[in-house]
Write a protein of this length. Structure first.
Length: 347
């Protein structure tokens, strides 16, 4: 039986059409700016993000880490929500690579408001670390795929600008936000000094993320890409998959969002489960099973026996993510099986 992997939207495999476009890619040496497919990708993404320039990187993590190191000096402080990927899933990279401190804000659904930001910005004192950069996530992953409303985002950005801070947007799922809100990616992207998008999440490419910013910012980013071993050769093989994703997989994100809502509809009806259905705005669903007596780890293990992949994000907290390789009937089937498991007493 087929494995239905709702653990993450990173689980997508390149489609036959994407593989074909990758195979046909015209290539050259990226480090010499001689790869035409990579040039096409970065130019297109820079425009879509409302920025002057962009660079292809192997991963979103490298986009974040390079951006921090370009914006900050060692000892500087960055401000972000406590659930941010930068804080939790980049192996201490901000400390190890950029040498920065992180000031976290306890937000709501991965977001915070301008008052909270104001309170987090340090005064001018020789004792304090220097507040330097504000990082936002759109969508907010641990916030349940929440989409920052544009007005809230503009407020926070204005507060950061007033304090002369730089602004960075982790846009791992920016296309999901754009499809959900109906606002183009550039509406969000232009607000920031640096912004990136991932092609290996819902867009379904095997490798690649693109970091965008001003010409000067990207020049500095390129130096770190080279230093940290992220510079490539015939990267058109990678860029072609990303271009295919841009052409073919953006509008389909709407389906993922609809499937996430159907999943939430089924699971939220179960006794003992806490799930905020209104909070399901994109392709991520979190639910708490504390009231069922089950532990998250046990449910993950039992679901796996039934060929369903889900994630434990706390003692009783589960996350699922819909994507290109989880069509409607499989999402429904997975939800029904999980519902069946939860209807029985925990082992
Ligand atoms: C996945 C993710 C990243 C990291 O991207 P990789 O391409 O996996 O390195 C960063 N931020 C957020 C919000 C993510 O979901």
């Amino acid at each position: 039986m087929e494995f239905i992997d709702l653990y993450s939207d990173t689980k997508t495999k390149p489609t036959p059409a994407m593989r074909e476009r990758i195979a046909r890619a015209v290539v050259g040496d990226e480090q010499k700016d001689e790869d035409p497919t990579t040039r096409e990708l970065v130019e297109r993404v820079a425009e879509q993000l409302g920025q002057e320039s962009a660079v292809l990187l192997p991963s979103g993590t490298m986009c974040n880490e390079i951006a921090l190191a370009v914006h900050c000096k060692p000892g500087d402080e960055i401000i972000c929500e406590r659930g941010a990927h930068i804080v939790n899933y980049e192996t201490g990279g901000p400390a190890a690579l950029a040498g920065v401190m992180i000031h976290t804000i306890d937000g709501h659904r991965g977001m915070f408001d301008s008052e909270q930001l104001s309170a987090a910005i340090r005064g001018d004192s020789r004792y304090f670390p220097r507040s330097r950069l504000v990082c936002l996530e759109q969508t907010a992953n641990l916030g349940g795929g929440a989409v920052w409303p544009i007005e809230k985002m503009r407020d926070v950005v204005a507060t950061g600008r007033n304090a002369s801070l730089a602004l960075h947007l982790d846009g791992a799922r920016l296309f999901n936000a754009s499809v959900a809100s109906g606002l183009s990616t550039s509406v969000y992207g232009t607000l920031f000094d640096s912004v990136w998008v991932d092609f290996t999440k819902g867009l379904g490419a095997p490798v690649g993320a693109v970091l965008a910013g001003s010409r000067d910012f990207i020049k500095d980013a390129w130096r770190l890409k080279q230093r940290w071993g992220g510079a490539m050769r015939q990267s058109g093989m990678i860029a072609a998959g990303c271009l295919h994703a841009l052409d073919e997989h953006v509008t389909g994100l709407e389906l993922d969002h609809r499937n996430a809502r159907s999943f939430a509809d089924i699971i939220s009806q179960l006794p003992g489960v806490r799930l905020d259905k209104d909070g399901v705005e994109t392709n991520i669903v979190f639910f708490d099973i504390e009231g069922t007596g089950w532990l998250a780890g046990d449910l993950v293990a039992r679901a796996k026996e039934q060929n369903i992949g889900i994630g434990a994000f706390g003692k009783t907290l589960i996350r699922i993510v819909t994507h290109l390789d989880t069509p409607e009937h499989l999402v429904r089937k997975a939800a029904e099986k999980i519902a069946h498991l939860l209807s029985k007493p925990a082992r």
